[in-house]
Write a protein that binds this ligand. Structure first.
Ligand SMILES: [Cu+2]
Length: 82
């Protein structure tokens, strides 16, 4: 996953359970990878500076919406299939 131009790319990523997903921030501005409030999701990165990464291994199938807490208009989803 790439974070670029104030967006997550791709906006929807589909992976199989057990897959480790890594986000890399290529923007000059800091971003976070944070599960949407109320979604019960597990994503909780620190603020990522340029070229910093955050990784999470999805073990449970489901839909995982997330956003950037600094720029809440930045949203995306990981779909985890069995
Ligand atoms: Cu951001």
């Amino acid at each position: 996953m790439t974070i670029k131009n104030f967006a997550f790319s791709p906006p929807t990523l589909t992976v199989k359970a057990g897959t480790k997903v890594t986000w890399t921030n290529t923007d000059p501005d800091a971003h976070t990878v944070t599960s949407k409030q109320g979604s019960g999701g597990p994503l909780q990165s620190a603020a990522l500076a340029t070229n910093e990464t955050y990784s999470y291994t999805f073990t449970q199938p489901g839909t995982y919406p997330y956003y950037c807490t600094i720029h809440p208009f930045m949203t995306a989803t990981v779909e985890v299939t069995p």
